[in-house]
Design a protein around this ligand. Structure first.
Ligand code: KIV
Ligand code: ZN
Length: 403
């Protein structure tokens, strides 16, 4: 395996969807999953199959339709959850069951009301059961960052011995700090037998605003899967934002020399699609995809940027798919302007698709004064064929992190 390759595990449809105001209908989840495929994520956590009929159907449908990324379902360390996840994933091209079981004393005592010994037994049984259905099983000791380090090593050892292929250390409550989180990974690498045979993964919440910093520290310490969400949505203060991690790896490739399969110019279109679906945008000052991320207000900054954008910009808007041309489209805009903006958003349409897009665009423009990027992305997703991921990525963006 390529030791510098980082795998992006997107949990927008599971951990992200769990947060207030972010729930999505089945058809919306499918649209989002298709866009995540175009973006080039490696794994899509499509839901928590046992949680509800809706979640089951979403995981099942996404597993049937989305072929590029591996499709994962979350499961507690219980037979019912694992069997239900396996059923939902039956038609996936590549699947993963993601088992979580709390390992911190506070969770064991007050939430699960089980002893450490019982937790070890449950971890062993559940990973073995999941492995009897799928060949890829992720194990997450929930609240890993507040777990007694010796017990963490023990439970991870049990999961590895039982056949887990990925070990994820969730910072469930957003409590850790970068150096401490990195040490946790180094400790496992040193103390757990055969840990080199599994992939290590990080999963950070943003309660102290350090989700992305913690994720990057974990990667530097040996994690090769990073779990994150679009726009950083998720429980409470959210999860690590995918677009921030990807942009950091590109801009600071000198310090973060990793490769990945993301098409960076799809970051903004993906962010826009999510905003359109859940009905709210990231805050204007949100890094990478916020509406102010590339605007310059202060005169001295404007002057500098006009002389040389590098004075105040560490990446170009185009890198992440933000259209350079912020002209608002409306019913007087022609096919040429529409085609140009769609191209900027990463969609290459043939003549027939362009006609379909244009007539839908006019319908929307008749109803709304201005047609925004998220409207255009919705038109492409709802009315046109799925554009193959390969077409969407320019060679330069696929290899962006190698630049
Ligand atoms: O934050 C968390 O602990 C989780 C687990 C289910 C992985 O989301
Ligand atoms: Zn989480």
């Amino acid at each position: 395996m390529d030791k510098d390759r980082v795998f992006f595990f997107d949990t927008t449809l599971r951990d992200g969807e769990q947060s207030p105001g972010c729930s999505m209908y089945m058809a919306e989840k499918l649209r989002m999953a298709r866009q995540l495929e175009i973006l080039g994520v490696d794994v899509i956590e499509a839901g928590f199959a046992v949680a509800s009929d809706g979640d089951f159907t979403s995981v099942e449908q996404i597993a049937r339709v989305v072929r590029g990324p591996r499709i994962a379902s979350l499961a507690r360390a219980k037979s019912e959850d694992i069997i239900t996840a396996a059923r939902a994933l039956e038609h996936a091209g590549r699947s993963r069951i993601h088992i979580f079981l709390a390992s911190s004393d506070i969770h064991l005592e007050y939430k699960l009301k089980i002893s450490r010994e019982q937790a070890l037994e449950q971890a062993d049984q559940s990973v073995r059961l999941a492995r009897s259905y799928v060949d890829d099983v992720e194990f997450s000791p929930e609240d890993a960052t507040r777990t007694d380090p010796d017990f963490l090593c023990k439970i991870v050892q049990v999961a590895v011995d039982a056949g887990a292929t990925v070990i994820n250390l969730p910072d469930t409550v957003g409590y850790t700090v970068p150096l401490e989180y990195a040490e946790l990974f180094r400790m496992l690498i040193e103390r757990v037998r055969d840990i080199d045979k599994v992939m290590l993964s990080c999963h950070c919440h943003n309660d102290l605003g350090m989700g992305v910093a913690n994720s990057l520290a974990a990667i530097e310490a040996g994690a090769r899967q990073v779990e994150c969400t679009i726009n950083g949505i998720g429980e409470r203060a959210g999860n690590s934002a995918l677009e921030e991690i990807a942009a950091a790896m590109h801009v600071r490739h000198d310090r973060l020399p990793y490769r990945h399969a993301l098409a960076l110019n799809q970051l903004y279109p993906t962010s826009q699609l999510l905003s359109e679906i859940i009905g709210f945008k990231p805050s204007p000052n949100k890094a990478v995809v916020g509406s102010n991320a590339f605007s310059h207000e202060a005169g001295i900054h404007q002057h500098g940027v006009l002389s040389n954008p590098l004075c105040y910009e560490i990446m170009t808007p185009a890198l992440v798919g933000v259209p350079a041309n912020r002209m608002v489209l409306g019913k007087h805009s022609g096919r040429h302007a529409l085609g140009h903006r769609l191209e900027e958003l990463g969609f290459t349409l043939d003549v027939h698709e362009m006609e379909v897009a244009y007539s839908r665009f006019i319908e929307v423009a008749d109803r709304k004064k201005s047609v925004y990027d998220q409207d255009l992305i919705a038109i492409v997703h709802m009315h046109l064929r799925q554009v193959p991921a390969a077409e969407q990525r320019s060679a330069s963006t696929i290899a962006s992190s190698q630049a």
